[in-house]
Every structure is written in structure tokens, then in C-alpha cells.
Ligand binder design. Structure first.
Ligand SMILES: C[S@@+](CC[C@H](N)C(=O)[O-])C[C@H]1O[C@@H](n2cnc3c(N)ncnc32)[C@H](O)[C@@H]1O
Length: 221
């Protein structure tokens, strides 16, 4: 959190709130320890930074549509020593998943899909699958639609963030269940699993994992 200590008050508030309310430590355990890792919708960069400093063999790139957040993230990591993390941030337009040579080892999307609406969400997930390396892992963290009380608390909070405080940019507010996300990844040809990571948290955090086949179904056919 010290990296964001010189950010403006809004930036400090948001990064501190993310750190304490999101299960980043649990999520980090799901991400491969080495290779090219992309975070789509990285916001102020807290999760990307955490991924990069917890394993120096990860080459992490964080992207977001919000240029102010990317600037804040880029300024914050100037506080890291060069050997402390392999990490950079870039602005990308909505729906764009930048390629990397050989494909990404893993793409992480944390609390972004609910902002997109069904059509954009499915298109973004398809673009992520395309951009993954064979055997690459898609790690999706969302708030689930159950248990109902936890889900209602998160949905109300997100409504306030996007429509009242306007902290977060997004096109729609549409919360998908973990089952819906699993079904979408299965349709995209991935092996999937999901689990709850909300023990001790107010929000119904869940993670959905999808592994891209090493040999495409067409090639195998
Ligand atoms: C709730 S924040 C989550 C930020 C970060 N992933 C985290 O866990 O702290 C949602 C982020 O998604 C970004 N976002 C919204 N629509 C997007 C899109 N189509 N492509 C990429 N990022 C998007 C917003 O700008 C915002 O920074």
C-alpha cells in the first residue's frame, strides 16, 4: 500500500479499499508463478503489482480503459526497485486484448466482467482465449450471485461505485453467476472449474478457471 501513499486522496482510498475487501492473496495462488501474465481491467494496479512482487518470474502487464488509473498505477510502481518486479501498465480500448509472442501463460480478469453486459463480456472472454498460449490459464474473479445476502451487498456497492460516485467506468451492470461463466468457457472449448474464495469476506467472491487446450479441437478433429 505504501506504493500508493503519494497518490491523490481518491487513489489512496480506492487502492486501500481494494486491498482490504478483495481476496487478492487467495487469487494469487491460482496464477502461474512464471511466464507472461496479463491482467485485463487492472484499475489502479494493486492486483498486478501483487502478482509481480510475489513471484519475480512472472512478467506482468496490466491494461485498463481508464487512462487516469493507468497513470496512477504507473507512478505508484516507480517506488519499486528494478529487481523487485517485472511489471508495466498500458491503456487499451475496451475489448482489446494485446497479443504477446507465443501467447499469454495466464490472463487474469478481476471484477471487470460485471461492468460489460453479456455481449461485450462474451466477446472479451473469446478474445482472451484467442490470446492465451496453448495450455494457458484464464483466471476470472467475480462476485457470484449467491449466497443472496452477500450478493445483494456487493450489487448495491457496485451500483453506488458506478452510477453515484462514478469511481468505475463500465457499460452495464450485469452480474453473472459462476455457473454462467463456467458455461461460457466450456462453449469456448476450455476445461474449467470454479470455487468460492469468500470465506471471511463480506462479498461472495468466486474464481472461475479455464485452461485452453494444448491441441485445438479443430486440429485434433
Ligand atoms: C472494479 S475495478 C477492478 C480493478 C482491478 N481488476 C482490481 O481488482 O482491483 C474494474 C476495472 O475495470 C475497468 N474496465 C471496465 N470496462 C473495461 C473493459 N471493457 N476493458 C478493460 N477494463 C475495463 C475499469 O476501468 C476499472 O478499472
Amino acid at each position: 500500500m505504501q506504493l500508493w501513499a503519494d497518490s491523490d486522496r481518491r487513489g489512496r482510498f480506492h487502492t486501500t479499499a481494494r486491498w482490504w475487501s478483495a481476496p487478492f492473496a487467495e487469487l494469487e495462488l491460482e496464477v502461474p508463478l512464471a511466464g507472461d501474465i496479463l491482467e485485463v481491467g487492472c484499475g489502479h494496479g494493486v492486483l498486478s503489482t501483487y502478482l509481480a512482487i510475489t513471484s519475480h518470474a512472472r512478467r506482468v502487464v496490466g491494461i485498463d480503459i481508464d487512462a487516469d488509473k493507468i497513470l496512477l498505477a504507473s507512478e505508484a510502481i516507480l517506488g519499486l526497485r528494478p529487481d523487485e518486479a517485472d511489471l508495466r501498465f498500458e491503456v487499451e480500448p475496451s475489448g482489446v486484448v494485446p497479443p504477446t509472442e507465443g501467447g499469454w501463460r495466464s490472463i487474469v480478469i478481476a471484477d471487470v466482467l460485471y461492468l460489460l453486459g453479456r455481449e461485450r463480456r462474451d466477446a472479451l472472454l473469446a478474445a482472451c482465449v484467442d490470446a492465451l498460449a496453448p495450455g494457458g490459464l484464464l483466471v476470472i474473479k467475480e462476485v457470484d450471485t449467491k449466497p443472496l445476502l452477500k450478493a445483494r451487498i456487493s450489487q448495491l456497492q457496485e451500483l453506488i461505485s458506478t452510477k453515484v460516485l462514478r469511481i468505475t467506468d463500465g457499460h452495464a451492470l450485469e452480474f453473472a453467476s459462476s455457473e454462467e461463466l463456467v458455461a461460457t468457457l466450456v462453449d469456448l472449448g476450455m476445461s474449467t472449474m470454479s470455487k468460492r474464495i469468500d470465506h471471511g469476506y463480506l462479498h461472495p467472491h468466486c474464481v472461475v478457471l479455464g485452461t485452453k487446450p494444448v491441441v485445438s479441437v479443430d486440429a485434433a478433429g
